[in-house]
Design a protein around this ligand. Structure first.
Ligand code: DOR
Ligand code: ZN
Length: 344
């Protein structure tokens, strides 16, 4: 099989940033994706309807050459029901960050006491607004996600009608947890399907593979690959493509975030059909990829993606060294390397 057709691909976790960086990275996603869930961790974070509408306008201007839907989010705070009723038609989810856990998350949540969160989460549940979570504790870096799992569990049990998305899961235990409760769902990134901690730090340190949550062990990657490729309804593709200027990555105090937007579809095709040896296997793999990349998100979020067909062909694609706009330079993951598949 030398050609795979993808219908309405969606990236359900994307950082587009703002201004010149937005102008640089947004078209790289809008060309290949039907839509994306846009993260709100700007400085300052998106917390009001005016900020949200202005940001969406800037995204639309940057993606005006493509048929692309920006599914917007706001940054979780203890919002009241009136505010949520007023904003609900403009957002697809609310993104919760534990305070200080990652890039631009200082204004996040410092207590997961259920009674403190109850009014906001019950209102979200009543209004059918999904809760998207960066689930990490502030413990030892390799344990952070697993230490957060009891909080996911507590939220899932206390708010059974609230859709909770475990963002960018990275461990085998998180893969088990998402299957345990009907109201838990998850996104999986491209990079966590490709790398382990060894790729980042096992040899010379690779800043362009540094992200939060950090890549884990081989067994974790194996569990993620199985969950993503097996056609399970509960997981969606969310690239967590998180561009930082190359100068902030290749520096002492490297910023967390891996820029994968321009290489995501080519790599995903490679991952999904790698072990297919005949037409039937390729058919199943393509069907499962289609679920992971679009159908599952459509069902989980209840969205209607804009129609877009993307053709991926078996032709080598050399990943550019950099992408630039004015003074901004961003380095993609695996810069200068070659992928087996290209976008037609
Ligand atoms: O590596 C990351 N980068 N993880 C996140 O959660 C945030 C992101 C960013 O915004 O740079
Ligand atoms: Zn993110």
């Amino acid at each position: 099989m030398n050609k795979i057709i993808l219908n309405n691909p969606l990236d359900m976790h994307l950082h587009l940033r703002d201004y010149d960086m937005l102008k640089l990275v947004a078209p790289l996603s809008s060309k290949q994706f039907s839509g994306a869930l846009i993260m709100p961790n700007l400085v300052p974070p998106i917390t009001t309807k005016d900020m949200l509408k202005d940001y969406k306008k800037r995204i639309q201007l940057s993606t005006s050459n493509d048929n692309f839907e920006a599914y917007m989010t706001i940054f979780f705070q203890l919002y009241d029901k009136k505010f949520l009723e007023d904003i609900k038609d403009d957002i697809t989810a609310i993104k919760l960050y534990p305070a200080g856990i990652t890039t631009n998350s200082d204004g996040g949540i410092s207590s997961f006491d259920i009674e403190t969160l109850r009014a906001t989460l019950e209102a979200m549940s009543d209004l059918n607004i999904p809760l998207s979570i960066h689930g990490e504790s502030d413990g030892f870096v390799m344990d952070r996600e697993n230490e957060f799992l009891p909080i996911y569990e507590k939220l899932a049990v206390n708010f059974p009608n609230l859709k909770i998305i475990m963002e960018h899961i990275t461990t085998k235990e998180a893969c088990d947890m998402v299957l345990k409760y009907d109201n838990l769902f998850a996104t999986i990134t491209l990079h966590h399907l490709l790398i382990t901690l060894d790729d980042l730090a096992g040899g010379l340190l690779k800043p362009h593979l540094f992200c939060k949550p950090i890549a884990k062990r081989y067994e974790d990657k194996k569990a993620l690959l199985f969950l993503a490729t097996s056609g399970n309804d509960k997981v969606m593709f969310g690239s967590d493509s998180a561009p930082h200027p190359t100068s902030k990555k290749e520096s002492c105090g490297c910023a967390a975030g891996i820029f994968t937007a321009p290489i995501a579809l080519q790599y995903l095709v490679d991952i999904f059909i790698k072990d297919s040896f005949d037409e039937n296997q390729i058919k199943t793999a393509t069907k499962n990829l289609q679920k992971f990349l679009s159908y599952n998100a459509v069902k989980i979020y209840g969205i209607k993606p804009t129609k877009k067909q993307i053709t991926i062909v078996k032709k080598p694609f050399k990943i550019p060294a950099n992408y630039t706009y004015g003074d901004i330079v961003v380095t993609p993951m695996d810069a200068n390397e070659q992928i087996n598949w290209s976008i037609l």
